[in-house]
Design a protein around this ligand. Sequence first.
Ligand SMILES: Nc1ncnc2c1ncn2[C@@H]1O[C@H](COP(=O)(O)OP(=O)(O)OP(=O)(O)O)[C@@H](O)[C@H]1O
Ligand SMILES: [Mg+2]
Length: 240
Amino acid sequence: MTENIVETKNLLSGYGKLKVLFDVNFKARKNDITVVVGPNGAGKTTLLNSIIGLATIHDGSVIFDGQDVTKVPPHKKAKLGIAYLMQMGNVASTLTVEENLRVAGYLMPRSEVNDRIQEILEMFPRLKEFVHRKAGTLSGGERRMLAIGMAMMRKPKVLMLDEMSTDLAPKIVKQVMNKIVELRDQYDLSVILVEQNAKKALEIGDYAYLLVSGTVRYEGNPQELLTHPKFAKLYLGISE
Ligand SMILES: Nc1ncnc2c1ncn2[C@@H]1O[C@H](COP(=O)(O)OP(=O)(O)OP(=O)(O)O)[C@@H](O)[C@H]1O
Ligand SMILES: [Mg+2]
């Protein structure tokens, strides 16, 4: 049993020759919500891309549940239990809610798909009301819930979410964040939450990282970061 679900050790990564992350030691503990914040271009998405295998790893390693997965390709990592909801990643608007969930479960044994869809609809009661509606007719918040539901189809051990709150009204952001907390508590999920909307994310986080220019500038208690005399204002636009 390892205590961390995901870990990077001295990670040096980027895209091709470009180096974006420098010596990043990141840990996401099991059953925690680990929040990653930082300014535009800091390398937050690149960290998730490095973990799933969509970035170039120049040096260092990625560990998943105690196993070195640095060289494991993305689809195999998905099978191991890493779900990744990409920034701007969305649902298929012309398909219904149910069809979207079915697509998300396409690699699962057929016999399990129907049951799992029912379980997902229990997790997201609002989606249950709309199960036969085309996803394109859902509100921004409902669509985000569906995207999370799709990521949950394969019972991931860790869910990586990139910018869930973009373009959502504050009230809806709160609903999405509450849902993430509920999933952690009720389904034993570990979450890595990358967010521009730093305040809302840090409020629900168990542990936080601040990335600046590809390096870890802070790690520790999210509340402390929220109220940090320098960092909160300088990097997160939080000014109390
Ligand atoms: N596919 C790519 N190919 C080349 N360079 C990239 C690619 N994706 C990102 N970059 C570069 O890597 C750097 C870090 O980008 P990244 O997307 O990780 O930042 P971020 O912290 O997620 O920013 P944002 O808050 O805007 O989403 C940027 O300079 C960006 O231009
Ligand atoms: Mg990003």
